[in-house]
Structure formats: C-alpha cells, structure tokens
Write a protein that binds this ligand. Structure first.
Ligand code: GUN
Length: 287
C-alpha cells in the first residue's frame, strides 16, 4: 500500500481564498478591515521566519498587519504594557505573541494578559477552559488545521481510535480535546508511555507532535491509518540542512492510508487557520 499524500499547502490555499472573500465583504459591506498584531521578543531564527510568513500572508488576504519586534532583554512590564495597548486598539482584532519567549518572561502571565476575545492562538486560560468544556472558543491554529485535514480526508471521525503523540499545551492537549469533540476514543501518549509502538499500532488516527525527527517508523502504524505529522525538525543529512517531521515518511508511507508531508502538510494549515481565527475574532467583536 502507498499512502495518499494529504496536500496541506493546497488545502491552506483554499482556506486563504475563503478568508480573502470574507475580508473583502467586511470591508465593502461594513467598512471594517480585520487586523492582526504579532509580537516577537528576541531574534530566534525559526520564530523570525514564522513571524515574517504570518505578516506576509496577513497582508495578502487583505488584512491589516502590525508587527512588534522587541529586544531580547525587554522587561515583562514593557511587554505587558504593549499587550494592554493592543487589547484596547479597535483596529487590532487578533493578538499573537510568538512562543517561546525568552526565559526571563513568564509565558503564562503574558498569554493570560491578552484579551481572550483577541487571543487568536487560543492559548488564554479562558479559551482553554471553553474548549475543554465543549463551548465556543478560539481554537489553537495547529490542532484546528490538523482536524480540518482529518475531516476532509475521513469525513466523520466518530468512534475512531486516535493517538496523539505529545502533550504540549500548544498542540497535544488541544488536539486531544478536538478529537474527543469528534467522538474519537483518544489516547495521549508521551515520553513515559509504556509500550509506545503497541499503543500507536491500535490507532486509526495518529497525530505526531513530539519534536523528535523521524521518531515514528512505519512498523508502528496500523495498515490504512491516517497519519498527521506536526513535527518540523531541522536535521543535517548528506552535508545539507533538511526539514523532516516526527514520522519517518518513507516507511510510514508504505503502511498508512494517508499521511501529511513535511514540509507542505500541517505548517501551511497553521497560518491559514490563524488568518481564519482573526476574521472570526473580528466578526465577533463587531456583532
Ligand atoms: N510557536 C510555535 N507554534 C506557535 C503557535 O502556534 N503560536 C505561537 N504564538 N507561538 C508558536
């Protein structure tokens, strides 16, 4: 069996087209332009790439983009003051503080200072609580993108066995909540899980979000399963820098029913969902 490749890049382009349409209508019919503010503290190279890409795509769909690049030694008080200013700016509908933050800043405190209605990452404790109790919330972009690909590929997920590898607040935990909301039987596996290959082998759906290059081989995968690879790992191979996921694509492709590639799978979907969340936040703010 050779797995279908789930084309996240093409799917993300269709979402961006829909977002562009919504943005145009908001402007023409209501005179409103959705705005997204992205805050980057420090000069982490990977974060700089993501932030640049977010800004570029925000402008491409017709939205207003604000970027705040702060020095690595910015004080917590200064960062909180900036967030307060963005919270009360009516032209800003979404606020994203790029993670990870430098060690001297308390990420929880910073994230929880964002107005929950503008928290397009869905990381604020009240959005986490709303998602966990099945209420309307801002849904974290990466898990939302994964869910959209799964629903597109599989239709109803009801009753399926899903294994989420990784228990981060950004991906693993919200992914598990979303799959539970789809009536999957959900297991969250992590570094202390016993018999990990056996656990993964039971799954109809595998979402790998551990940040370990090519950790999941094909012989952990149930034949025909759908595999979503959230990992974006830079490795050196044959003297070149290469991007690989958390699954060993070559061997998984021979067993799975469908798999997302890296790059071109989950990554583009995350930014597309961020743009969609910003439009949602804008619409809710304007009734
Ligand atoms: N760093 C890695 N992924 C993310 C994300 O989805 N949002 C933010 N704010 N930071 C990240």
């Amino acid at each position: 069996m050779t797995a279908d490749i789930i084309d996240g890049k093409a799917f993300a382009a269709t979402i961006r087209d829909k977002v562009s349409g919504h943005v145009a209508r908001l402007r023409e019919e209501h005179g409103i332009t959705p705005g997204l503010a992205v805050v980057l503290v420090g000069e982490d190279p990977a974060s700089q790439v993501y932030v640049r890409s977010k800004g570029k795509q925000t402008v491409e769909v017709g939205m207003h983009s604000v970027e705040h690049k702060l020095e690595v030694d910015t004080s917590e008080a200064d960062l909180l003051a900036l967030i307060e200013q963005l919270n009360s700016d009516p032209a800003v509908h979404g606020i994203l503080v790029q993670l990870p933050l430098p060690d001297h800043l308390d990420s929880d405190l910073v994230i929880n200072s964002i107005d929950p209605a503008k928290d397009v990452d869905g990381f604020h404790i009240s959005n986490v609580g709303l998602l966990g109790t099945g209420q309307k919330s801002m849904v974290p972009c990466t898990p939302l993108g994964c869910l959209m690909m799964l629903r597109d590929k599989l239709g109803s997920l009801s009753g399926m066995d899903a294994v989420v590898l990784g228990r981060s607040n950004i991906v693993g935990k919200p992914m598990a909540q979303l799959l539970l909301g789809e009536s999957c039987t959900v297991t969250i596996a992590h570094s202390r899980t016993k018999d990990l290959p056996e656990v993964v082998r039971r799954a109809d759906i595998v979402v790998a979000a551990v940040g370990r290059p090519e950790m999941v081989p094909g012989d952990w995968i149930k034949p025909g399963a759908t595999v979503i690879d959230v990992g974006i790992n830079r490795i050196e191979r044959d003297g070149k820098t290469k991007l690989v996921g958390d699954v060993d694509f070559a061997s998984v492709q021979e067993v799975a029913g469908a798999v997302t590639p890296v790059p071109g799978g989950v990554g583009p979907m995350t930014i597309a969902c961020l743009l969609a969340n910003t439009v949602t936040a804008c619409c809710r703010a304007n009734g």
